[in-house]
Design a protein around this ligand. Structure first.
Ligand code: BG6
Length: 511
C-alpha cells in the first residue's frame, strides 16, 4: 500500500458511507411502561438509539401508568432498566439529555382527566422541546386495553395530527386470540388510526438474521433456482427455548405456544422463506408478496396426525433441576395451555406444492435455538455401491436465526481413504466471524423504523388476520380434544411430536 492515507480498511468502514438514519423531531408515549417488555427491551432500546445518536436532540419519553410516580421516580426506574439492559456503554451526558425529556403521567385507562393531562403535557413539550407534534403511542398492554387507550387518544385529540405533524400507534402482540378477535381489534384501532399509522410489532422481523433471509435469497444466484418443490423435500422452522414460564403465568396461561409464537414469529418466518421475489423492498411490495404466500398457506389435516402439543413436566435443564408447568406459580394445575406446539402447513403454489412446512416451538426444550432448515430431496440416482452412502443423509441449508447466527450447508463428502465412502459434512458461515459489527437489537431497529415511518418490517392487519385464519382450525381441534401430552423439561418435546414426523418417514433436526 503506497498511499496509506487513501487506504480505508473495508472492515472498519462505516455502513458503506450511507448516512445513518436519524429520527426527526418526535417523542414516544409508552402505555404499560412498568411491564416486563418495557423494562427489558423497550427502555434499553430507546437509550441505545439515543446513545448511537439516532434520536433527535429533543426526543421525549412519556410513561403512562397507575403508579403515583414523580418525574424523578420515573427517571430512576428508566435508568435502572437501561443500566441493566442496554447494549451500549452508559454515557452520563446522553443519559442527562434523554432524562430531561422524560415525564410520567399517573392514571388508569378509563381516567379521562389523566388523558387530558397527557394531551396538555404533549402540547407543552411540542412548545418547549421541539417534538414538533410528532408522537408515537406504544401500546405495550394486553389487547383488552387497546380499545380504551385508542379511544382516549382520540377523545383528547392526540390521535389526529395537524399540518405536517404525525401520530402513530405501535402495537405489541398478542394481536387477538383468534381471527374474530383480531378483526375486532383491527376495527377498533383502524377506527381511530389509519392503517398507515399503525405499526404492529413482530420483533422477529427486527432481527438482523431474519432480514438476511431476504439478502440470502434475493442477492444471490445460487439459492433461488433450487428453492422449490423440485429440489426441497420439506422445511422445518424451529423456535426452541430453554426457559420456563415462571413469572409469566398472567400472560401465558390460556394463550399457549401456538398463539404466542407460531401465529406471529414462525408464520412470518415462513412467509419470508416461501414468498416470491418482491420487485422492491418497499412496504407495499414486500408485504404484498408475504400476504400472497400466506393466502396460499393452509394447515394439513388430519390434525391428530399433523400436529402435536405438549406441556413440560419437571426435569433437568443442564445441571439444574426444574419444576413442571403445573407447579409454576400462578398456573392452574388443570391448565390445558400448551408449552410446546408443532404443526404442518402446506403452500398451494407451483413453487411449493407437496412440500410440508413443519413449524415447532416450545419452552423448556433442550436448548435455545431458532432456525429454518430446508431439507433437500435425495438425488434421483446415485452411482454408488451398497454401503458407500450409508452415512449420508439429505442435503440441507440451515438459516440459523439465533444464537450463533449464520448459515449452514450440509452436504455429502468423500471420507479420505482408499475406499469410496460418503458422509455428511457441514459448511458453516458465522456472522460473528465474518463481520466485526454487532447486530442492533430487534427493538432498536423497529422503534427507529416506526419513528421514521418505515413500515416494511411491520405486519399489516391482513397478514395478522390471515395468520389467525391459518392457525384457528388447529386451535379449535385442540380445544375439543383433551389435554396436551407431557414432556420432561430439557427434552425436545412430547413423543407425539416425533411420531408426527416419523409417520411421514422424516425426523426433526436436533439443532
Ligand atoms: C415473545 C414471546 O414474542 O418472544 C415469548 O411472547 C418468547 O414467549 C420471546 O420468550 C422470544 O423472543 P427471542 O427474541 O428471545 O427469541
Amino acid at each position: 500500500m503506497t498511499d496509506e492515507a487513501a487506504w480505508v480498511n473495508p472492515l472498519r468502514q462505516p455502513e458503506d458511507k450511507r448516512l445513518p438514519r436519524i429520527a426527526g423531531p418526535s417523542g414516544m408515549v409508552i402505555f404499560g411502561v412498568t411491564g416486563d417488555l418495557a423494562r427489558r427491551k423497550l427502555l434499553p432500546a430507546i437509550y441505545d438509539l439515543a446513545n448511537r445518536g439516532l434520536l433527535p436532540a429533543g426526543f421525549s419519553l412519556v410513561g403512562f401508568g397507575r403508579r403515583e410516580w414523580t418525574k424523578t421516580d420515573f427517571e430512576d426506574y428508566v435508568r435502572s432498566a437501561v443500566e441493566k439492559g442496554s447494549r451500549t456503554r452508559f454515557n452520563e451526558n446522553v443519559w442527562n439529555r434523554l432524562a430531561e425529556g422524560m415525564h410520567f403521567v399517573t392514571g388508569a385507562f378509563d381516567d379521562d382527566e389523566a388523558f387530558e393531562k397527557l394531551a396538555a403535557l404533549l402540547a407543552e413539550m411540542d412548545a418547549n422541546r421541539g417534538t414538533g407534534g410528532n408522537w408515537a403511542f406504544y401500546l405495550s398492554v394486553p389487547p383488552e386495553y387497546f380499545s380504551d387507550v385508542v379511544h382516549q387518544l382520540d377523545r383528547c385529540g392526540m390521535a389526529t395530527p395537524t399540518g405536517n405533524q404525525w401520530r402513530r400507534v405501535v402495537i405489541e402482540k398478542p394481536f387477538g386470540h383468534d381471527l374474530a378477535s383480531a378483526k375486532k381489534l383491527n376495527e377498533v384501532v383502524n377506527h381511530v388510526f389509519p392503517e398507515r399509522s399503525v405499526f404492529r410489532i413482530d420483533h422477529y422481523l427486527g432481527k438482523e438474521t431474519v432480514q438476511n433471509i431476504l439478502a440470502l435469497r434475493f442477492a444471490n444466484q445460487m439459492f433461488e433456482p433450487v428453492w422449490n418443490a423440485n429440489y426441497i423435500d420439506h422445511v422445518q422452522i424451529t423456535m426452541a427455548e430453554d426457559i420456563g414460564l415462571g413469572g409469566r403465568a398472567g400472560y401465558y396461561d390460556g394463550i399457549g405456544a401456538a398463539r404466542d409464537v407460531i401465529q406471529n414469529h414462525l408464520i412470518q418466518l415462513l412467509a419470508l422463506v416461501a414468498m416470491e421475489e418482491p420487485t422492491s423492498f418497499s412496504p407495499r411490495r414486500l408485504r404484498a408478496e408475504k400476504l400472497k404466500v400466506l393466502r396460499a398457506t393452509t394447515p394439513l389435516e388430519p390434525f391428530d396426525e399433523t400436529t402435536a402439543r405438549g406441556q413440560y413436566t419437571s426435569g433437568w435443564q443442564g445441571s439444574e433441576k426444574v419444576i413442571g408447568l403445573r407447579e409454576e406459580e400462578g398456573f392452574d394445575p388443570d391448565s390445558t395451555t400448551e408449552t410446546y406446539a408443532a404443526c404442518t402447513l402446506t403452500i398451494n403454489s407451483r413453487r411449493w406444492a407437496g412440500v410440508p412446512f413443519y413449524l415447532r416451538t416450545g419452552k423448556r426444550l433442550g436448548r435455545r435455538v431458532t432456525e429454518i432448515a430446508l431439507v433437500f430431496k435425495r438425488p434421483p440416482f446415485q452411482p454408488f455401491a451398497k454401503g458407500q452412502t450409508d452415512l449420508l443423509t439429505a442435503n440441507a441449508v440451515v438459516l440459523r436465526i439465533q444464537p450463533d447466527e449464520g448459515v449452514l450447508m450440509r452436504f455429502g463428502s468423500k471420507v479420505p481413504g482408499s475406499t469410496m465412502e460418503v458422509r455428511d459434512v457441514n459448511m458453516d458461515f458465522s456472522y460473528s466471524e465474518a463481520f466485526t459489527e454487532e447486530s442492533p437489537e430487534a427493538y432498536e431497529r423497529l422503534i427507529l423504523d416506526a419513528l421514521l415511518d418505515e413500515s416494511s418490517l411491520f405486519p399489516t392487519n391482513e397478514e395478522v388476520e390471515r395468520s389467525w385464519e391459518i392457525l384457528d382450525p388447529i386451535l379449535e381441534h385442540w380445544a375439543e380434544n383433551g389435554r396436551p401430552d407431557a414432556y420432561a423439561a430439557g427434552t425436545w418435546g412430547p413423543e407425539s411430536a416425533d411420531a408426527m414426523l416419523a409417520r411421514t418417514g422424516r425426523h426433526w433436526r436436533r439443532p
